[in-house]
Design a protein around this ligand. Structure first.
Ligand SMILES: [Ca+2]
Length: 311
């Protein structure tokens, strides 16, 4: 065992099982003469000393093996999430007056929920032209938030009134309202539950009939809670979430809340779009049939179809 990574020990003494650290002069002379070591370990122990040292050496080795075993057995820390970049596949016109709070896609048509008091809407939009095909205005005291489409119904949250609205998908007729606790930010659904964000790091899973909370997860990235979760989209078994005020979308495991990937969209919108500080990235929709991912922002003039790529 020569030239260990510590650069100190020269070998292991077979008498005492300890690293041998030769004196500097000894090293020099051995280099010249190839002498056996005469460092800290006495080559000829006094009576009883050899046995004692052997026991000490064996004890140190045993403790080392135990420590090494514990370190190996200890559960590994969460790996860092994958980071995705993007490429723009297509661009479409987006109404720059639309304060986008919710985005969804169904059967070739885009749906958008917009916010602000007195300006909140639910709208059906022609993807190719950006033309608003159908629209319903919310009451002036309601601030529209996330939307999701489930079968023939559209669900829309409002911000601070604790009220959600359910519409007929085809006619936009208001079918019923429901109550929920806290603020409403983003909304999507999996096969069983509505999934709601409220601007915190928590995602709430609601029964779609009673609107009661079934469970919740805290979204964490490397163990650290991710606050400001906003617009949501359930995509192929995972939840995508805009992180308000950032250019990041988090890809989240619904079972644990763990962020398994970050999508970095820095540079997607040109600087002139971002002069308005409220014009943040917000709005994710997914065309499951054709696997197209759409994103936009509040008052952005453009809606982007993007493809993820490794950074
Ligand atoms: Ca969405």
């Amino acid at each position: 065992m020569r030239n260990t990574r510590h650069g100190l020990a020269d070998s292991i003494c077979t008498s005492c099982f300890s690293f041998i650290v030769p004196a500097a002069g000894d090293l020099l002379s051995r280099r010249k003469k190839n002498k056996p070591h005469q460092g800290r370990c006495a080559a000829t122990p006094e009576p009883g000393q050899g046995v004692r040292r052997r026991w000490i050496g064996l004890s140190v080795a045993a403790v080392s093996l135990i420590v090494l075993g514990i370190a190996t057995w200890a559960p590994a820390r969460d790996p860092a999430p994958t980071v995705h970049g993007f490429e723009v596949v297509n661009t479409y016109t987006h109404d720059s007056h639309a304060f986008c709070q919710g985005l969804a896609f169904s059967k070739g048509v885009l749906y958008e929920g917009t916010g602000k008091y007195g300006k909140s809407t639910l709208r059906r939009v022609d993807l190719a032209t950006g033309e608003v095909l159908q629209q319903v205005q919310l009451d002036r005291n309601l601030f529209g938030e996330g939307i999701t489409i489930w079968d023939d119904r559209i669900y829309q949250l409002t911000w601070r009134s604790g009220v959600g609205i359910i519409y007929d998908k085809k006619t936009f007729a208001k079918l019923e309202t429901f109550r929920f606790r806290g603020e409403g930010w983003g909304l999507t659904h999996d096969e069983e539950h509505l999934i709601l964000s409220d601007g915190s790091s928590v995602l709430y899973f609601l029964n779609p009939t009673t609107f009661r909370e079934v469970r919740r997860v805290v979204v964490r990235d490397g163990g650290i809670p991710v606050a400001n979760l906003n617009e949501l989209e359930y995509v192929e078994g995972k939840i995508l979430a805009n992180v308000w005020g950032s250019d990041q979308i988090a890809r989240i495991a619904p079972e644990t809340g763990e962020v398994i990937a970050r999508i970095n969209l820095r540079g997607l919108a040109p600087p002139e779009t971002r002069r308005n500080p409220d014009a943040v990235l917000n709005g994710i929709a997914y065309d499951a049939k054709n696997q197209r991912l759409f994103v936009t922002g509040k008052n952005w003039p453009t809606l982007y179809e993007i493809r993820l790529k490794p950074l």
